[in-house]
Design a protein around this ligand. Structure first.
Ligand SMILES: Nc1nc2c(ncn2[C@@H]2O[C@H](COP(=O)(O)OP(=O)(O)O)[C@@H](O)[C@H]2O)c(=O)[nH]1
Ligand SMILES: [Mg+2]
Length: 220
């Protein structure tokens, strides 16, 4: 997190992590498409011919809350393939939170686990502890055959502390829920550490509502 007092801006960095082809870029593409043009920057994506991300994607977003504070988000994805570990470690530097995008296919179970262990290791190498990092988990590709059943996902969710979402990123199902869940958790954690509400007279609900307006999400 960085605070720009002059611009009255709070800058947050959120990272979409996970194995190659789990749907990280697809999540960002959908978020970008749903965001109002005034709040979103250009989605920068670099892809190789075989449809795998070579470097990272970056989606910058910024929106103003009722109290006049601007929230500037930088949402990154990491490249999943084993050989790009240096890029992954670099992208994690200074991350405020992580969304782990798992591939629901049974065949990808080991790839998910390896990627999760790699996340843990790279956080440690950046001097961060996974236990202190706001983290949400998304099981993507729920539309495919041969996926891990709902009951198994629910068991995993009950065992862990992290919020777990199910998604079909290609249609957008679960994508916005994951994104808002991530922002909500990020804000709560940073507020507990830095008293953002006391300093800026903006609370978590105001932040979430401001983003909901930008993304034309119905406000409950
Ligand atoms: N059937 C299905 N395909 C998906 C889903 N999400 C992503 N994909 C596809 O999986 C491939 C990899 O997605 P991508 O977002 O590039 O993965 P990344 O490597 O994690 O960034 C692409 O062909 C996507 O269209 C999903 O929910 N269902
Ligand atoms: Mg990608």
């Amino acid at each position: 997190m960085q605070i720009d007092f002059e611009k009255r801006e709070i800058q947050l960095k959120m990272v979409y992590y996970g194995p190659g082809l789990s749907g990280k870029t697809t999540n960002l593409v959908y978020i970008h498409r749903r965001a109002a043009p005034s709040s979103r920057g250009r989605l920068m994506t670099l892809e190789t011919k075989d449809d795998r991300t070579l470097f990272f994607d970056l989606l910058p977003m910024s929106f103003e809350t009722q109290s006049g504070i601007t929230i500037a988000l930088k949402v990154f994805t990491v490249p999943g393939q084993v050989i790009h570990n240096a890029t992954r470690r670099l992208v994690l530097q200074g991350a405020d939170s992580v969304a782990f995008i798992a591939d629901s296919q049974v065949s990808e179970t080991a790839a998910n686990r390896d990627s999760f262990l790699n996340l843990k290791k790279n956080l440690e190498e950046n001097g961060l502890d996974i236990k202190g990092m706001p983290l949400v988990i998304q099981f993507n590709k729920r539309d495919l055959p041969n996926i891990r059943p709902d009951s198994e996902i629910e068991q995993l969710a009950a065992k862990g502390r992290e919020p777990v979402y199910k998604a079909v990123a290609t249609t957008g199902e679960g994508v916005i829920e994951t994104f808002f869940g991530l922002l909500n958790l990020t804000w709560k954690r940073l507020n507990a550490w830095h008293d953002l509400e006391g300093k800026f007279k903006v609370d978590g609900n105001m932040v979430i509502d401001a983003l909901k307006r930008q993304m034309s999400v119905d406000i409950e």
